[in-house]
Design a protein around this ligand. Sequence first.
Ligand code: FES
Length: 157
Amino acid sequence: VDLHSSSTGGEIEPAGFIFVGKEEDIKKSQRLTAKINGREIVVFYHKGKFHALDSRCYHEGGPLCQGEIEDIDGQACIVCPWHKFKITLETGEGLYEGINPLEPSPTPKWQSKGVKQRIHKITTDNGNVYVSPPDLSVNFDSDYFADKYKNGGELSM
Ligand code: FES
């Protein structure tokens, strides 16, 4: 794995991190897609924070870069444009609305399916935004589509 091949910024990067864009540009556009070792990720700037996730939805590979961000139960979620799955920006958890039939008067509540979408570490330094390469010793459902669309140039915003 070559950690240094994806840089386009011509900047000196914090060790192991890959330059994805300028802080002020991403703040303006609110989102962008980038390649990390050939893997496409999407970066969101939402309510003062940067988030980086695999760009293809863990469900069937929908383009999260085209989704809307919604607040669900106090958590910012990207809503997949294909089948409206909701994924938390902070943790990559898949949320679903479920009811507990054992409750006296069951009402739907948002619940987590666990972490489904791979989240990437993101950091800013001196006006630049960097993402660290994924730790592939841990698996997430979104890896399947990240691999499938890897280096496939057709995916963009
Ligand atoms: Fe994202 Fe189905 S592909 S919800």
